[in-house]
Every structure is written in structure tokens, then in C-alpha cells.
Write a protein that binds this ligand. Sequence first.
Ligand SMILES: [Zn+2]
Length: 81
Amino acid sequence: MLWVVGLMIVGIVGFILMLATLIGALVSMMARAGRALIGLPGGPSPRTCGRCRHVNAAHARYCAQCGQALGAERETTDVHG
Ligand SMILES: [Zn+2]
């Protein structure tokens, strides 16, 4: 009768290993979805005006309050002289 117990143990261990693989795949998928939902660091964030401290949209190029160029230090690369 020992072989029956051996077969059962092998079957149960195989089943558990299969479950662990499935759960691992699910957890990795959920982690990716959660990060996408929360928002990755470096994503679009509100732009605060340096002059009047007005909070503008992430895609705004100029302040809606005072017209100050947002992120001008990077975009205006024109050389004088
Ligand atoms: Zn402003």
C-alpha cells in the first residue's frame, strides 16, 4: 500500500508546484497593473509656476495665471552671438 501513498504525494506535490507557478504569474501581472494604476515615478506631474506658484497641468507650456514659460530653462536653447 505504500506505493499508493507515494503516488498521492507525487500528485499533490505536482499540483502544489503548478499552483505556485500560476500564483507567481498572477502576482507579477497584478504588480505590473498596480504600478500602472498608481503611476510610475517620472510620469506627468502638475507644473508649478516659478513666478506665481500657480499649479498648471502637466502638459502646460506656459502658466495659465501669469504667462510665465514653464520649463523654459530646457526649451530655450537659442544662442546669442
Ligand atoms: Zn505663473
